[in-house]
Design a protein around this ligand. Structure first.
Ligand code: NDP
Length: 497
């Protein structure tokens, strides 16, 4: 880390990095990885090393499973639901108390603007824990009126067991909270594996879990790179895997979990349509389209990456979007004035730039952006990019880019746009902009997506389920739908004779 970057950090964040955070949380202790290996985490704004973290392998996964199993059968199982609730609320309080430090660590490690990290990632992580903290005291079974004489039948809901949770790098702390909160509410124990690009806030979260007073082994944190994820999926002691990431890795995890009959939830890719109908409030729709794709530098699974605009409004909309994209302030996440940070890594930079190149080669025109810096030590900056002259069959219109790249496509009528919007292997999200309530509901019904946003793009609330149709995943995050994904249903029959 450069001295200039270090100077931008507050004392707590600087101390955390200097500590150094190169240990794994297994049970009650922070320990070296079994191999003693570490790996470096990189600042995407400079391409420089921030610090080294421990590199967990299969042996560490095994140690963490043992700790998580011991907690599951021991202290954690014995805690009354109200005590679980209190611990979760305490953790939410601690996240808020350390909001500045967490936001700085996130901005440094992921590249996102520190003000968004604080207002969105950190604040939502605390909210998420509080929402699920309300559930432990409300997990109820049922009595079942069976037709057998003299039988008393009821159901119990029990924790699934030890859960392996593989967290993505786009919202590192928030996705960790999305995953641990329902698991803890259900009474499960957790092994958390952050993405190798962004391990820092997960390590800090592990420290806060300890400070909150959770019994040892309830939450274990394994930073890993290259094989820890697969080792978790393959470990027989892990009952459930929750993964957020690419559809390709999701398929591998799903296949392995299927073979082992593990429970699994997968939150995967998207190529979400954002559709402006002719009767829309155009100003709001343009703002929604802009933030719908460029927020978080386009690194959001539900990013509105295909913009459909009626042919009569197409020129007006794309020219307004191009102006806004050209005026956007791209810079380091720690700079308060930054609107959009760099993409997360050199690998992601190259991936996104190669899509931009493929767009050009297939004949699309970059009305804005279309270029990055040099990558490497200049930081992984890519200007918000808007492509026109795009056809549905181009690679940039079909594949998830996961960067600040929008394709704008004209259409003529409602049925046509719904059909084209659905013509993708994905089905995570879709946006509709209209003033006509009938059209809004018609489109909401026609669109094959797990989340449909009308006159807004990508709001989220812990109570509202989130997840995908088709290759966008299996199961739902958030709401009681995700609580159920961490519970087994047991039916108890008792003879009364
Ligand atoms: P991936 O989706 O490919 O996932 C990498 C993570 O998965 C790491 O934690 C890795 O752990 C783990 N992993 C890899 N292989 C396996 C396996 N066989 N079994 C279990 N775990 C495994 O992330 P990338 O960073 O490579 O991103 C690639 C693309 O994924 C992006 O361009 C974007 O399109 C998409 N993505 C989607 C996200 C979303 O929110 N839906 C978030 C992030 C990325 P280990 O290192 O230990 O192997």
């Amino acid at each position: 880390m450069t001295t200039a970057t270090a100077a931008q950090l507050s004392e707590p964040a600087r101390k955390f990095i200097e500590c150094p955070p190169d240990k794994l949380l297994i049970g009650e202790e922070w320990v070296d990885s079994a191999s003693g290996e570490t790996f470096e985490t990189i600042d995407p704004a400079t391409g420089e090393v921030i610090c080294a973290v421990a590199k967990a392998g299969a042996e560490d996964v095994d140690r963490a499973v043992k700790a998580a199993q011991a907690a599951l059968e021991g202290k954690w199982a014995k805690l009354p639901p109200a005590a679980r609730e209190a611990l979760m609320r305490k953790l939410a309080d601690l996240i808020e108390e350390n909001a500045d430090e967490l936001a700085e660590l996130e901005a440094l490690d992921n590249g996102k603007p520190v003000k968004f990290a604080k207002a969105v990632d950190v604040a939502s992580a605390a909210n998420h824990l509080r929402y699920y903290a309300g559930w432990p005291t409300k997990i109820e079974g049922e009595t079942i009126p069976v037709s057998w004489p003299n039988a008393f039948v009821y159901t119990l809901k029990e924790p699934v067991g030890v859960c392996g949770q593989i967290i993505p790098w786009n919202f590192p702390l928030l996705m960790a909270a999305w995953k641990i909160a329902p698991a803890l509410a259900a009474g499960c124990t957790v092994i958390l594996k952050p993405a190798e690009q962004t391990p820092l806030t997960a390590i800090r979260l592990g420290q806060l879990v300890q400070e909150a007073g959770f019994p040892p082994g309830v939450v274990n944190v394994l930073t890993g790179f290259g094989d820890a994820g697969a080792a978790m999926v393959e470990h027989p002691g892990i009952a459930k895997i929750a993964f957020t990431g690419s559809t390709a890795v999701g398929r591998e995890i799903g296949a392995k979990a299927g073979q082992m009959l593990k429970r699994v939830t997968l939150e995967l890719g998207g190529k979400s349509p954002n559709i402006i109908l002719p009767d829309a409030d155009l100003e709001a729709a343009i703002k929604g389209a802009f933030m719908g794709i460029y927020f978080n530098t386009g690194q959001a699974c539900n990013a509105g990456s295909r913009l459909f605009v009626h042919k009569d409004q197409y020129d007006t909309v794309v020219s307004a979007l191009a102006d806004a994209a050209k005026g956007a302030k791209v810079g380091p996440g720690l700079d308060e004035s930054t609107q959009f940070g760099p993409v997360v890594s050199q690998e992601q930079y190259e991936r996104v730039m190669s899509y931009i190149e493929s767009g050009r080669q297939e004949g699309a025109e970059a009305l804005a952006g279309g270029n990055g810096g040099n990558g490497g030590s200049d930081g992984y900056f890519i200007k918000p990019t808007l492509f026109t002259n795009v056809t549905d069959d181009m690679q940039i219109a079909r594949e998830e880019i996961f960067g600040p790249v929008l394709v704008a496509l004209p259409y003529e009528d409602l049925e046509e746009v719904a059909r084209r919007a659905n013509a993708t292997e994905y089905g995570l999200a879709a946006g509709v902009w209209t003033r006509d309530v009938a059209n809004a509901h018609k489109m909401a019904k026609l669109l094959k997506a797990g989340n449909v946003y009308v006159n807004v793009y990508a709001p989220a609330d812990p109570a509202a389920p989130f997840g995908g149709y088709k290759a966008s995943g299996i199961g739902r995050e958030m709401g009681h739908a995700n609580l159920d994904a961490y519970l087994e249903l047991k039916t108890v029959w008792t003879s009364l004779t």
